[in-house]
Design a protein around this ligand. Structure first.
Ligand SMILES: N[C@@H](CCC(=O)N[C@@H](CS)C(=O)NCC(=O)O)C(=O)O
Length: 213
């Protein structure tokens, strides 16, 4: 069986989630960079892989898949030796809930509205809109509170062992924790802080460290 191929830039949080899944499962894979700043994700070659022009895309033995949560579920089912999905129905429900919360609310609140203006905008010569960042804080705090509650009394988001939900959240926390807002807000969320301390020191995080964060 050929090694899976991941298309996307190493700096993308979604791409990092797929890479973390592969790393935690100790699988060989190849990363094919798609440069978002150069607009490569909108070019016909990438549009043929992903009709919406986003990253990541996974290719594996003639099978092509886009949407990060579909990719991580596929990898976990296709390579079951190291499982990142619990067997208990309630833990499966909690894991799916956490992934949906990350996709629907956390990514926008922490990455789109805080990390991008704080990190990417200055890198490309712009000035962040401070009023917009201030306006984003209530939703960011709601997200942090919800994640903190999900981690109450448990080590990982599903309530079982390390699982896919943790790998969906980890790349976002890696960037957010380095912003001034992250540094100021995270200490108020002790469960999330404890979780992040454990995740941040994993080998998979070191092996997928992007240039930005
Ligand atoms: N729903 C998609 C979202 C993927 C996504 O938004 N990726 C970002 C990079 S982190 C992207 O492709 N951005 C390029 C753009 O929006 O033009 C998934 O789960 O894979």
């Amino acid at each position: 069986m050929a090694a899976p191929v991941v298309y996307g830039p190493g700096v993308s949080t979604y791409v990092r989630t797929v890479r973390l899944t592969l790393e935690e499962k100790a699988l060989e894979y190849r990363l094919v960079e798609v440069d978002l700043l150069k607009g490569e994700h909108q070019e016909p070659a990438h549009r043929a892989r992903h009709p919406f022009g986003k990253v990541p895309v996974l290719e594996h033995d003639g099978y092509s898949l886009y949407e990060t949560s579909a990719i991580t579920r596929y990898l976990d089912a296709a390579f079951p030796e190291v499982s990142l999905t619990p067997t208990d129905p309630r833990q499966i429900g909690r894991m799916q809930q956490a992934i949906a919360v990350v996709d629907a609310y956390v990514y926008k609140a922490l990455v789109t509205d805080i990390v991008i203006p704080r990190v990417l905008v200055p890198m490309t010569g712009g000035t962040p809109d401070e009023a917009a960042i201030q306006g984003a804080l209530p939703m960011a705090e709601l997200c942090l509170r919800v994640l903190d509650e999900l981690l109450e009394g448990v080590s990982y988001l599903s309530g079982g062992g390390l699982g896919l939900a943790d790998l969906h959240l980890a790349p976002i926390l890696a960037y957010f924790s380095r912003t001034p807002e992250g540094g100021r807000l995270l200490p108020s969320y002790p469960n999330l802080q404890r979780w992040w301390g454990g995740i941040a020191s994993r080998e998979s995080m070191a092996r997928t460290q992007p240039g930005l964060g």
